[in-house]
Unconditional design. Structure first.
Lengths: 146, 196
């Protein structure tokens, strides 16, 4: 009788351990279990600069979504992003690939537009900026700073 | 029966052949035309002397005005500020921003010294947007990729954004504009446009 109790305890402990492990795997691997909430938008970049699926999508410095998939489409990078339903993106928004710090990881930044038209799920963000080094520097040099 | 079929297919063939060139070549042709006219102005020896500078500027401005959609550019770069503006404020901004862009453009074009322009390709989508890719080759053989974003309006295609080396002009200004309140922005813009 006593032996059985110990075995039960060990078993329960093991099950708890496996559940914790599963939870950690999903959390750390940033996997989705119960399907994605939110909607998808696409964008085509001339150069994705090593963006990965799972890379953050950022608006005004706030992480709002993630890159779901990257594929080669007519020698350009077609990026599928997942965004929460309450984050609306205007038709004239611009998606750019940026780098954290000088050599850090890549992420997608969306600068919101002023258009009345809101993108539907599955739509394409038409305006994009590919990954470039020293990006703002070049752009300031070329167009002048205000 | 077969003659009828032949006629119909011939008719279809010709309408397609006739229709294609006018549709396919449009934005790039229009950009090319504008660029050629500007190059003609900046390399015209008659307009080179400094006392002709004003005349030269005026001519370039005229050509640029025909191809650029200042309102669309202003709307896109003001983004969220745009919605809160009254019609008068919008007009004022379009005027100022147009001047600022003209200035930047004139500075770039004014330094023209025989750079070559290669016209690469164009894409058009069914919603009336297109993009034209060109390459500027400098005397030092450096290649600068430039991309014109164009929007269809009537028969013409009008530029609403330019990307140089992948950096978008509109995004550059949009980010700077979003950082400050509209009043401050307007003040800085005015100062920038009036300074010589």
């Amino acid at each position: 009788m006593k032996k059985f109790d110990i075995e039960l305890a060990v078993g329960l402990f093991m099950v708890a351990g496996i559940i914790c492990l599963g939870y950690l795997t999903i959390k750390l691997g940033k996997m989705e279990v119960l399907g994605d909430k939110g909607y998808e938008l696409q964008a085509v970049f001339a150069n994705s600069g090593g963006l990965k699926s799972g890379s953050p999508v950022v608006i005004a410095g706030v992480e709002v979504g993630r890159v779901k998939q990257i594929a080669l489409d007519d020698y350009e990078a077609k990026v599928v992003m997942n965004l929460p339903l309450d984050v609306k993106i205007q038709e004239d928004a611009i998606a750019s690939i940026k780098t954290k710090g000088l050599i850090g990881e890549k992420y997608v930044e969306i600068s919101v537009g002023g258009s009345e038209r809101i993108l539907e799920p599955g739509d394409l963000i038409r305006e994009t900026e590919p990954a470039v080094d020293l990006e703002q520097l070049i752009s300031n040099y070329v167009f002048g700073k205000l | 029966m077969s003659i009828h079929f032949l006629r119909v297919s011939l008719f279809l063939f010709f309408t397609l052949v006739m229709a294609l060139p006018s549709f396919a070549g449009q934005p790039m042709e229009q950009i090319r035309e504008t660029t050629d006219r500007i190059i003609a102005i900046v390399s015209d020896p008659v307009l080179k002397p400094p006392e002709k500078a004003e005349e030269r500027k005026r001519l370039i401005r005229q050509v640029v005005d025909e191809r650029f959609d200042w309102e669309e550019m202003s709307r896109r770069s003001l983004a969220r500020h745009w919605k809160q503006r009254t019609d008068d404020e919008k007009k004022e901004f379009i005027n100022l921003f147009g001047k600022l862009l003209e200035r930047t453009y004139l500075e770039q074009v004014g330094n023209y010294s025989g750079e070559k322009v290669l016209y690469l390709n164009e894409t058009i989508d069914e919603s009336g947007f297109g993009d034209v890719r060109i390459k500027i080759i400098t005397k030092q053989e450096t290649e600068i990729p430039v991309r014109y974003k164009v929007k269809k309006n009537g028969d013409g295609w009008y530029v609403y954004d330019i990307s140089v080396e992948g950096r978008s002009l509109i995004n550059n200004y949009r980010k700077q504009f979003q950082r400050m309140p509209y009043k401050k922005l307007l003040k800085q813009l005015k100062a920038k446009v009036t300074q010589e």
